[in-house]
Design a protein around this ligand. Sequence first.
Ligand SMILES: [Fe+2]
Length: 237
Amino acid sequence: MRAKRSDSGGIAWFGLSTRARVIVYNKLKVQKSDADTYEKLADPKFKGKLCIRSGSHPYNLSLFGAMTEHIGPQQTEVWLKGLVNNMARNPAGGDTDQIKGVASGECAVAVTNTYYLARMMRSTNAADKALIEKVGVVFPNQSSWGTHLNIAGGAIAKNSKNQGNALKFLEYLASASAQNHFANGNNEWPAAKGLSFDNPALKAMSGGSFKSEVLPVSAVGMNQIKVQQMLDRVGFR
Ligand SMILES: [Fe+2]
C-alpha cells in the first residue's frame, strides 16, 4: 500500500487499520439469529435488555451516521427511538462496560468495537476469561450491507515542513511489520490487503472473514449533526 497524491495536490489520507462495530449477546438469553442485524436491536423483544455507550460518542455517531445512509433519516430516528426504549440502563461507560453488562446478565445484548472484545478474549485474567465465556458475538448485517467499520487512518498536512519524513512514516505504518503490530498489539484488522497475521481472537470471532460495509467516510461524517439532533429528540443520552 502506498500513499497517493490527491487531485488537489495534497497527499490523500489512507486507512491503517479497522475495527468492526459488532453486537454481543448473552449466550444463555439470546439466540444469535435474534440479534444478527443492527435493526433488530430496536425490536421490542429486547425491551429493557440493551446496553450501549453514549449516543454522542464518535463510535456511535459513526454507526448512526452510516444507518442514516442505509435506511434514511426518518427510519433511523424511529430505530434510535427503539434503541432508547430497549435500554437496560442509561448509557454510561465504555464498550468494555457494555460487554461486562452482557456477561453479568444486566443486559442481554450490547454494541462494542471488536478490539475491546479481543482484548478480553486474550486476557490471562481468570475473571475476564469467565466473563467472556458467557458472551457470543455477531457481525451484524451479513445478509445486507455488512458490518460497520471504524477506520484509523493517516495523512500529511499540506503545510507540513517534513513532507518526506512524514511520508516515510506513513509508509512504515503501512508496512507488513507495522501492520502486524496493529493486528497483534491493538487487536485491529490491518488495512493492508493480503497480509497474513496471527491474532487468534480476531480469527475466532469473525471465523476468518466477514462482510464489511462500504460507504464514503465523508457521507457518514456529514450526517453527524443530523444524528446528534435525532439523539436529542429521542432522548438518547
Ligand atoms: Fe476505543
